[in-house]
Design a protein around this ligand. Structure first.
Ligand SMILES: Cc1cc2nc3c(=O)[nH]c(=O)nc-3n(C[C@H](O)[C@H](O)[C@H](O)COP(=O)(O)OP(=O)(O)OC[C@H]3O[C@@H](n4cnc5c(N)ncnc54)[C@H](O)[C@@H]3O)c2cc1C
Length: 462
């Protein structure tokens, strides 16, 4: 080990890479990390953080409208996109500095450079034009929006990266995709006053979520004025003489918008990194193939986070980083646990979910109880907002374990975080039933649904 410049070299300064570098350095290891763009990675610079800030911004029109029922008169509000972008930029610059400082403060060295793997122990730093050596190499280069070169006119389209920094807010936007990024941006743009159309090739938005939530969110978004066209895909995009974009859809319909955003998936950042040259195995999508300890097929080279295409979420990348540290530096082999991951969609209304959807549960369990409540949350009584909250528990009748919890409504993401604990702990519906409610809250519904709404036995609803 002593013959190398570093004990650990991390490529990629995002959620996973920074965590691994910081913790390894704090253990006294000689650590360096290279980031080619900005420390903080996707989550901080062009993902979770700016997205959530924009979600907050886009919720104000509804807050202003709801205030009247509570006695407030709100003068006509106006919105300035440039102010939002500038304030977002300030906040992410602050976070970026903290991420970098945290590594350096723990004794790690940071490089602002693209890094390329040369051999099992060597890394070439492009900006420095030099090669360094390390005992262990960790690849945490994340992913980026999937391009769509087959789409005629794709050069006119933007991706989530650009959506954060548009010079001007468009009057009308079409977003293609049905995953959480597409859905969240549809709600953001709509909330900010943009005429928004979501186009998705599947039958229903948000595949992999519980169908009840998918349908309810779809309906609620449409009621707010977001147009959702599915199943459909765009056939071509053309610039018209007015400088706007015409889009032909597979349904035959033509849309005219100012911006087309593609959110059709993400691909791993593994190109031109020297990985093939050293024999690191890549999967079909270009993602790095790892074993359960995040080890690649090449000795001394590891990979974590989005670049491995396991579960693409920030807390997962961080968890994988912590497990990597245990395995590589603490002589305590630890495999990341990807089971029962709570997650949220910051749509409006929000979705929070953990565990199995009803459809997945009935495929795995012969007898499933569904507890379901749909109600108007108290905050919408005086406001008069016609929006329902949905809560649903999926229970395995045999063991009584709660195996899925799904919420749509205000603060659903916060609730999903807390529900993650009892579901991970394998608690039963009886444990939920004997938990005292907190009144008056919306969440109390989760411990007061005593009778199953219905039961699904061997695939039959009874
Ligand atoms: C719009 C959007 C919203 C999201 N919202 C959420 C959310 O609400 N909740 C959630 O949990 N997750 C969210 N995510 C996902 C989350 O951002 C990622 O799962 C997470 O950032 C993955 O971390 P990572 O460390 O694997 O990679 P990243 O954070 O992507 O970091 C990889 C870094 O490596 C750098 N890099 C790449 N190649 C090289 C190289 N050769 N040399 C040097 N540096 C390199 C990149 O510049 C990047 O900074 C969102 C993502 C997007 C795009």
């Amino acid at each position: 080990m002593a013959g190398y410049d570093y004990d650990l070299f991390v490529i990629g300064g995002g959620s996973g890479g920074v965590r691994a570098a910081r913790v390894a350095a704090a253990l006294g290891k000689r650590v360096a990390i290279a980031e080619e763009y900005r420390f903080g990675g996707t989550c901080v610079i062009r993902g979770c953080v700016p997205k959530k800030l924009y979600v907050y911004a886009s919720q104000f029109p509804e807050h202003f409208a709801d205030a009247a029922g509570y006695g407030w008169t709100v003068p006509e509000a106006s919105f300035d996109w440039q102010t939002l972008v500038a304030n977002k930029d300030k906040e992410i610059a602050r976070l970026e500095a903290i991420y970098k400082r945290n590594v350096e403060g723990s004794g790690g060295e940071t490089f602002h450079s693209r890094a390329v793997v040369v051999d099992h122990h060597s890394i070439y730093l492009v900006a420095e034009d030099r090669t360094v050596s390390a005992d262990q190499i960790l690849i945490a280069t994340g992913g980026r929006p999937a391009p769509h070169p087959a789409l005629s006119g794709h050069e006119y389209c933007i991706f989530s990266n650009e959506a954060f920094d548009l010079k001007q807010l468009p009057k009308a936007i079409m977003i293609e995709g049905g995953g959480y990024i597409a859905v969240e941006f549809a709600n953001i743009f709509h909330g900010l006053g943009v005429d928004t159309t979501l186009v998705y090739r599947g039958q229903e938005i948000l595949s992999r979520f519980d169908m009840d939530l998918r349908r309810s969110l779809h309906e609620t978004m449409e009621k707010k004025g977001i147009k959702i066209l599915c199943p459909a895909v765009s056939e071509w995009v053309r610039k018209n003489p007015e400088g706007r974009l015409d889009v032909l859809l597979s349904s035959g319909q033509t849309l005219t918008v100012d911006q087309v955003m593609l959110a059709i998936g993400r691909i791993p950042n593994t190109e031109n990194m020297g990985l093939e040259g050293v024999g690191v195995e890549l999967g079909k999508t270009g993602a790095i193939v790892v074993d359960k300890y995040s080890r690649t097929n090449v000795d001394h080279i590891w990979a974590i986070g989005d670049v491995t295409h396991r579960v693409q979420l920030t807390p997962v990348a961080i968890h994988e980083a912590m497990c990597f540290i245990e395995t590589a530096f603490k002589n305590n082999p630890t495999a990341p646990d990807h089971d029962t991951i709570p997650t949220a969609v910051f749509s409006q209304p929000e979705i929070g979910t953990v565990g199995l959807s009803e459809d997945d549960a009935i495929k795995r369990y012969p007898d499933v109880e569904i507890y379901r409540a749909s109600f108007r949350p108290m905050r919408h009584t005086l406001s008069g907002r016609d929006e329902k909250m949905l809560m649903k528990l999926v229970v395995d009748s045999a063991s009584r374990k709660v195996i899925g919890a799904h919420i749509m409504g205000p603060d659903a993401g916060e609730m999903a975080q807390l529900l993650g604990i009892p579901l991970k702990a394998g608690l039963t519906k009886d444990d939920f039933d004997r938990t005292m409610a907190v009144h008056p809250t919306a969440a109390e519904e989760l411990v007061t649904m005593y009778k199953p709404t219905y039961r699904v036995k061997n695939g039959e609803r009874v």
